[in-house]
Design a protein around this ligand. Structure first.
Ligand SMILES: [Zn+2]
Length: 121
């Protein structure tokens, strides 16, 4: 995965949600990372630090929320977590399941300094 490109996307996503003058007040950027997204949180954090070093986001830090892999069964409609990458419904045993979570890579919310105000994505 290209963490620098992903970090740029996150920075753009933050820029889309806030007025330019609010960027310097961003304290925490909450990011959801799916188990299956293939993104290394450490590499992403490093890329983010490099890209924002001399920007209004220099003081912001990333907070990662892992999103576990989840599936829904096409046969019985039950949702369940995926364990050990086994895509099979634990309720009825069907292997016709679809992934419903775990591929996320997105900004969930932002915390701004001062007012302690939260901006939800
Ligand atoms: Zn099932």
């Amino acid at each position: 995965m290209h963490e620098a490109a992903i970090a740029l996307n996150l920075i753009e996503a933050v820029g889309d949600r806030l007025a330019p003058e609010a960027l310097a007040r961003v304290a925490v950027i909450h990011v959801r990372i799916g188990e299956l997204s293939g993104v290394s949180a450490d590499a992403l954090e490093f890329a983010f630090r490099c890209l924002t070093a001399h920007s209004p986001l220099a003081a912001a830090r990333l907070d990662f929320e892992p999103v576990p892999l989840a599936q829904v069964c096409d046969a019985c409609g039950r949702g369940s977590p995926v364990r050990d990458l086994v895509f099979r419904c634990p309720a009825c045993g069907s292997e016709r399941t679809r992934i419903t979570g775990g591929r996320e890579l997105e900004v969930r919310s932002l915390e701004l300094a001062e007012e302690g105000e939260a901006v939800h994505a």
